[in-house]
Design a protein around this ligand. Structure first.
Ligand SMILES: *[C@@H]1O[C@H](CO)[C@@H](O)[C@H](O)[C@H]1NC(C)=O
Ligand SMILES: *[C@@H]1O[C@H](CO)[C@@H](O)[C@H](O)[C@H]1NC(C)=O
Length: 384
């Protein structure tokens, strides 16, 4: 009897483990603690059982190669670092990773540090000390991007050298190294030696989103799964999730290291003609800012489902993603249905898992009626 119970306990524990084997890598964007009302998001709002890895975004890089805290008030004044680390008491398997970089950090400092053996060593030592001080389980580098935005051609090789010098001592301590990389093929061609990137990382988080947005002057979904028949040029046909992931695979990245990038947000436009909302129709800049995310041209899934549920919903059968429209306002985003399809696509390619940007714009309060964190829950439900 006891043996049978033990066997049953063992089998069910094994089933739980194998059912959740995929990575669910969640970015925690620390500045969202300053958002108003229902948009305010803190480390104590994180559900520690919906992610395998939480990436604290972001710290910066000093010109001397040191880790630079970008917001000391948030980190220590509001005690968010300790709140974040305390999540491990609820889920001992949870890994919490320090993430450095992001769009606003630019590329220039990273380019200079990667080019110098001395500065690279200073960076490695500073990262190891910082990670050790707070008890992180690894380090994530979001250099956007080598060879671009003030970088130089040599960045492509220096990026690999830097990753290698970070990975060896981290792995020696049982810690992991990941990076966020571009999912746009033209950008990847400039920035990466893909076999080298794959070899020198434990996880590759491919940002297959932001293919379109208010930085252009026409309608386009920020992260279509597939191309549209209205995509005419060779470049237009590559600006989608499947093309980006297939490129990384074709160039020799290890599929098990790749996490497919998924968004809990969207991007929107003011249509030039409210009667024409088709792909490539003219726009006059970004959509109006939402009350929580407070940025023109960007919207959270929580804002879409809580505040704009009465807008006209359209599912694009070719691109396999939704958008909503109200007058001249057009918002393309991901919902439970498109996230399920992207996760099933990742499964079909044998990928390691999913990366999510970011926790704070899921419906984390469960206001919209499908329970808290409907996007994260969908990812966990469908990921192999
Ligand atoms: C949009 O179409 C409607 C109905 O066909 C028409 O009444 C309206 O004038 C059009 N608006 C614009 C801006 O063209
Ligand atoms: C909408 O805009 C697109 C892109 O400019 C154009 O090709 C198409 O003819 C327009 N459709 C309508 C109904 O005006």
């Amino acid at each position: 009897m006891t043996k049978l119970l033990l066997l049953l306990a063992f089998t069910s524990a094994f089933m739980v483990l194998s059912a959740s084997a995929g990575n669910v890598v969640c970015y925690f964007a620390s500045w969202t603690i300053y958002r108003p009302d229902n948009g305010k998001y803190t480390a104590l709002d994180v559900d520690p059982n919906l992610c395998t890895h939480i990436l604290y975004a972001f710290v910066g890089l000093g010109e001397d190669g040191s880790v630079r805290v970008l917001d000391d008030w948030e980190l220590t004044g509001l005690d968010e670092m300790n709140h974040l680390m305390s999540l491990k008491e609820q889920n001992p398997n949870l890994k919490i990773i320090l993430s450095m970089g992001g769009w606003n950090e630019g590329s220039q400092k990273y380019s200079a540090v990667a080019a110098s053996p001395g500065l690279r060593q200073a960076m490695v030592q500073s990262v190891l000390a910082f990670v050790d001080q707070y008890g992180f389980d690894g380090f994530d580098l979001d250099w956007e991007y080598p060879c671009q935005r003030g970088g130089v051609d040599e960045d492509k090789a220096n990026f690999i050298t830097l990753l290698g010098e970070l990975k060896a001592p981290l792995n020696e301590k049982g810690l992991i190294l990941s990076a966020a990389v571009s999912g746009g093929i033209a950008s990847c061609e400039l920035s990466y030696d893909i076999p080298g990137v794959s070899e020198n990382l434990d996880m590759i988080n491919v940002m297959v989103y932001d293919f379109h947005g208010a930085f252009e002057s026409f309608v386009g979904h920020y992260a279509p799964l597939y191309a549209s028949s209205l995509d005419a040029t060779d470049e237009q046909k590559t600006l989608n999730v499947a093309a980006g992931i297939e490129y990384w695979l074709d160039q020799g990245a290890d599929p098990k290291k790749i996490n497919i990038g998924l968004g809990t947000y969207g991007r929107g436009f003011a249509l030039a003609d409210p009667n024409n909302s088709s792909l490539y129709a003219a726009t006059y800049g970004g959509s109006e800012a939402g009350p929580y995310t407070r940025a023109m041209g960007v919207i959270g899934y929580n804002e879409v489902c809580e505040l704009y549920s009465s807008w006209e919903y359209t599912w694009d059968d070719e691109q396999q993603v939704p958008h909503i429209q109200n007058g001249n306002q057009w918002l393309g985003y991901d919902d439970e249905k498109s996230i399920q399809l992207k996760v099933e696509y990742a499964n079909s390619k044998g990928l390691g898992g999913a990366m999510v940007w970011s926790l704070d714009t899921d419906d984390f309060r469960g206001i919209c009626g499908n329970g808290p964190y409907p996007i994260l829950t969908t990812i966990n439900k469908y990921l192999n």
